[in-house]
Design a protein around this ligand. Sequence first.
Ligand code: COA
Length: 389
Amino acid sequence: MAAPILRKFSRTTAIINNHQRSFHLAIKTMGAYDAEFNKAKERLNSLKEDPGNEAKLKIYALFKQATVGKCNVPKPGMMDIVGKYKWNAWNDLGDISQDEAQKQYIELVDTLAGAETKESSGAQSGTDQKFETLAVSCADGIYSITLNRPSKKNAITVQMYEELILALKEAGADSSVVIATVTGAGDYFCSGNDLGNFMNIPQDRMASMAAKFGDLLQRFVSAFIDFPKPLIGLVNGPAVGVSVTVLGLFDAVYASDRASFHTPFSQLGQSPEGCSSYTFPKLMGAAKASEMLLFNKKISAAEAFNRNLVTQVIPDDVFTKETSAKVQAIAKLPKESMSFSKVLIRDAEREKLHSVNKEECRVLVGRWQSNECMTAIMNFFQQKASSKL
Ligand code: COA
């Protein structure tokens, strides 16, 4: 069985290489990252392992965008299945600039090459030291991400947002990874956005900081939308805010019976994110979604299961053991098949989700600068401070 699979892989790699060669000759790139881009092309050719179809499609698309620009050819016909996948991958990049495509291409090749070096040095499993706010490990095809600020109930700081984006990118690009999981350290899954992210910002820098934070949030949610492999939420305890809303983008969510789900946006003068303004009404119906997203209703794990946000509720005393067995079993399923299925399911909505994400972040940038929001956040920290007196 191995030989035909290898033949197919090398043919696909050859397709990518041929494309690179012909465009390299035909087009003189003058991007901001030309030198690194050329080096990345060479690095790609020296990869020893096949990076998998998903990564190869992404490489193909980024290469075309970097060298040609926006997708400018008609969609291939019904029968050209490979051509359609490649066209979709290129077309999905939309209007991103050639410089941005070069940058993403370089990052992707770096990640693939880095993963190979890590594998060959035998450091594939165990905790990854490059993350400070997360505990990340990779073994048996399972990339496990643990939010790791238990003393702050795993509230998400700017650094944690960036590290989560990086971890998802790494897991998506590493060919040894079959699935990824996200859980929390300590008694909470996550208390949402770290409200300190909005504190101590001078008035004259508020607008630019809000815009910057909106951009970060949009990239963060995009990393979930575009994650190419099965993504599993292991909700070990209460979840608040953005840690609840992004669950609508996971492929399965297992919750401890101790977990609760709370999105107190109105209470905080804010508005929904994580595509929940779209996914929640779809999952649970408009009236129940509004109860959570508009009226701050906190729901139990059992209620979240009834509302289709959670796949299964598991008693807390056996949560770790049972979810570990489930995750191990899922990771043994054929990985390419799962990955293709995931992409098919997501592709049906990918564009819509990105536009919802963009709009939610645009509205939030305004909300963060509102009096309602500033007052609510000040109140939270004042109450915390006075409770310690
Ligand atoms: N942002 C910043 N700090 C947070 C936080 C958050 N989202 N959630 C918890 N913390 C901090 C607390 O300030 C406290 O810090 P301290 O020890 O320095 O005082 C520490 O984490 C422990 O939290 P504490 O409030 O003492 O625990 P609790 O069990 O009484 O309450 C929560 C836990 C999550 C219910 C409560 O902290 C809370 O309501 N947090 C805000 C949640 C929120 O609104 N998130 C944003 C949603 S959009």
